[in-house]
Design a protein around this ligand. Structure first.
Ligand code: ZN
Length: 410
């Protein structure tokens, strides 16, 4: 098989340049690509903590490094990422393709409300959006009051942010300006960095409330290459928009056995960088559980497969013998207009997990909290077979504008 051969050659090339892969493959008999061992984020973090500052999977000399970023560190320590000038170019090519797929063009003025401090969602996505022809405002996170003042001055501006940031904007808009979300006059919301937008009820609520087009525009993993997927106007799952640069496999996340990449399959996404100079990843387990929606080419012009996120393999909790993905709560919550869609599942850091609580963000108002909490609890028990304690709150703290879904306490 030709692709198989190309992949194997690639592995050997990377191994020649990087002691990370040389050590990993030492003594192994590798005949086929599927014999190549998996890698994961923990391995990269461990390597980096022993080999400061960039780890041993850097396949270029330091003088060729053109850019430094960091992962957000939502669930783990941050990982330092380095890119050559060519790597940056490729990230922008893939990123701009994703934003174009999401419907961004030269008629749009986009306020980029992602974190510019080291995070790829800031400066790198800024460059990708600019490459679509759109005007991009380097806003960053925080200073919501000033943001609103600027948005109100513009004619139909767009926003690129995490969906949970809307709750903050809504609050400030109401408290400081006495305005409703619709009165902000936003045209399109390009959302990423968190799941949620693929849930139609959650999305419809945002679209109705803000009178905008809410687009699932940015699925990405910065250690792989920033943006990997976006949906088109048909809204039938995310297109994997980084196909020429990344090879994708789907595996069973428990056994590690490869699955066919075909419609209906659910498994963990494993990626290999086909073109990356600085820190290429080989058979990298993303931890993202995805469902393949279709492998047919789309009328929008994108080829390849479409997918939806079903959860994180490391978020999966086993509660009284039941496999539970906290992501599943999102759809249930979206039917309650009082809920903003943001929530955090809290569990003790021990096995077996015998306690579970969910902090659910609700809008300020007169609603009867006790009966709403009871109703949500009943729904979760009926549909997901677990019985969490439900705590309704108005504020949910997010460390760096990206809310983690599961908090483990000890
Ligand atoms: Zn399409």
């Amino acid at each position: 098989m030709e692709i198989e051969q190309d992949l194997l050659e690639l592995v050997l090339q990377y191994a020649e340049k990087s002691s990370f892969y040389r050590n990993l493959y030492h003594g192994l008999f590798i005949e086929r690509f599927t014999d190549v061992p998996f890698t994961n984020k923990q391995m990269l973090l461990d390597d980096q903590s022993l080999n400061h500052p960039f780890g041993t999977n850097v396949c270029v000399e330091n003088k060729n490094i053109a850019r430094l970023h960091r992962t957000s560190g939502t669930t783990m320590r941050p990982l330092t990422l380095v890119l050559t000038a060519r790597d940056v170019e490729h990230v922008i090519m893939a990123g701009s393709r994703a934003f174009r797929t999401a419907g961004m063009d030269d008629n749009d003025m986009v306020f980029n409300c992602m974190n510019y401090c080291m995070w790829m969602g800031g400066f790198m996505d800024h460059q990708s959006m600019e490459a679509t022809g759109a005007a991009v405002v380097p806003y960053g996170v925080g200073k919501t009051e000033n943001l609103i003042a600027m948005l109100l001055e513009m004619d139909s501006p767009c926003i690129h942010s995490t969906p949970s940031y809307l709750a903050t904007i809504r609050k400030v808009l109401q408290e400081k300006h006495g305005l409703s979300p619709k009165q902000l006059g936003l045209k399109k919301g390009f959302f990423g960095g968190e799941a949620g937008m693929q849930d139609e009820v959650f999305r419809k609520k945002i679209e109705d409330e803000w009178e905008i087009k809410a687009i699932n525009a940015n699925y990405g993993l910065s250690e792989v290459m920033s943006i990997l997927g976006a949906e088109c106007d048909r809204r039938e799952g995310l297109h994997f928009t980084a196909l020429p640069f990344v090879h994708v496999e789907i595996i069973d996340s428990v056994s590690g056995i490869g699955l066919q990449l075909e419609a209906g399959v659910i498994g963990e996404m494993v990626v290999t960088n086909l073109v990356k100079e600085a820190q290429p990843l080989i058979r990298y387990r993303t931890g993202d559980i995805v469902e393949i929606i279709s492998t047919e080419d789309c009328p929008c012009g994108n080829e390849g497969f479409r997918f939806l996120l079903r959860g994180r393999s490391d978020d999966m909790l086993v509660i009284k013998g039941i496999n539970f993905y906290p992501e599943a709560i999102r759809t249930l919550l979206s039917q309650y207009p009082e809920c903003t869609g943001t929530y955090i599942v809290r569990v003790p850091n021990r096995q077996p997990i015998d306690e579970i609580s969910v902090r659910v963000q609700v809008l300020a108002g007169e609603q009867n909290h006790a009966s709403l909490a009871e109703e949500i609890k009943k729904q979760i028990r009926a549909r997901l077979f677990i019985t969490p304690e439900i705590i309704l709150v108005q504020d949910i703290e997010s460390g760096e504008n990206k809310i983690r879904l599961v908090e483990r306490w000890s």
